[in-house]
Design a protein around this ligand. Structure first.
Ligand SMILES: [Mg+2]
Length: 325
């Protein structure tokens, strides 16, 4: 049977579609409405591929629908269109359903664990309270603690550490992770990305989780002489780009389409362009986020450089001979 060939588009979120959690990049709104236009003859396979997290995919989809004015049922993005930093870890997290895990980072990380079916998880505040035996000061955890009827020792018997987003109090988090690893250096540590910088509403780029990972690894080495390898998800790693390809193929398959070419649109040459190139995507660099130079990036040149998401869509439309825009 004839299958229509269409491009599969992966697009970064921060610095391409939005800036910070409340501000859309205005020029991306009409392009996104066009891309998701319910009356378009094309249903382009599309996913958002972000190193942000601390929230469920469906909540991120709702946030984008709101900011980008995607209001009709067919044009709206949903969880299948969103790959966040922890999303490629989902199959690994699900293997810890019966085990005790420590979760680290800001945001709704408890909800992520619940959504993956893990029950015996402790976040940093709870873990600290367990160590000092002040668990009753945290009412929600006290309830969980009582309902699962596990002694302190069981909760403290941590089998895996998941850093699901950048933590707020770096020193406390590093201290407690180090103590755990000193007791048992074989506990695997999964960190949902290793991207050092990100762009939001501040004029200068901010330190991301990659910064936290670096400090943790170097202190473990310097103070404890421990060479600890973390397991990473997130861009620019293959795990994340393979997840995006699989998702795009699945969407195309559902629409009885085939992917003609994979495209990655991003604002950060070190993660979006490098990762895209290494994993078989045509890369399009925009100037609305981290990258702002004239010309192309010197270290990780993209296949194409354009001003913004709108221009990126025009370019794909031209390359693929589609009348998208
Ligand atoms: Mg970005």
């Amino acid at each position: 049977m004839f299958r229509k060939k269409l491009p599969g588009i992966a697009c970064d979120i921060d610095g391409v579609l939005i800036r910070g959690s409340h501000n859309p990049i205005v020029s991306s709104i009409p392009a996104m409405r066009m891309l998701r236009n319910p009356s378009s003859p094309y249903h382009i396979p599309f996913v958002c591929l972000s190193n942000s997290g601390g929230n469920l995919e469906k909540s991120k989809a709702e946030q984008l629908n709101h900011l980008l004015n995607l209001d009709s049922e067919i044009s709206r993005l949903n969880a299948e269109h969103i790959i966040l930093n922890f999303t490629p870890f989902r199959p690994i997290i699900e293997k810890y359903r019966e085990k005790s895990v420590l979760i680290v980072g800001r945001g709704k990380i408890n909800e992520i664990m619940q959504d993956c079916g893990v029950q015996k998880f402790v976040n940093m505040n709870e873990f600290r309270s367990l160590e000092s035996k002040t668990v009753d000061k945290l009412p929600t955890f006290h309830k969980k603690f009582q309902s699962l009827k596990l002694p302190f020792e069981k909760w403290l018997d941590i089998s895996g550490i998941f850093i699901l987003n950048d933590p707020i109090e770096w020193e406390t988090n590093i201290q407690l992770i180090s103590e755990l690893l000193l007791k048992n250096c074989d506990i695997p540590v999964y960190s949902s990305h290793n991207d050092a910088l990100y762009s939001d509403e501040f004029p200068l780029s901010r330190f991301g989780l990659g910064g936290f990972n670096s400090v943790l690894i170097s202190l473990l080495k310097k103070i404890n002489n421990l060479d600890k390898k973390l397991v990473f998800s997130g861009k620019p790693l293959s795990l994340t780009f393979e997840c995006a390809k699989e998702r795009l193929k699945k969407i195309a398959d559902g629409n009885k389409q085939e992917i003609s070419e994979f495209y990655m649109i991003g604002d950060n040459p070190n993660v979006d362009v490098m990762g895209g190139k290494n994993n078989g995507f045509k890369t399009i660099l925009v100037r609305t986020g981290v990258f702002k130079d004239k010309g192309n990036d010197k270290e990780n040149p993209a296949d194409y450089v354009v001003e913004d998401f709108n221009e990126a869509m025009r370019l794909i439309s031209k390359l693929e001979k589609l009348e998208l825009i």
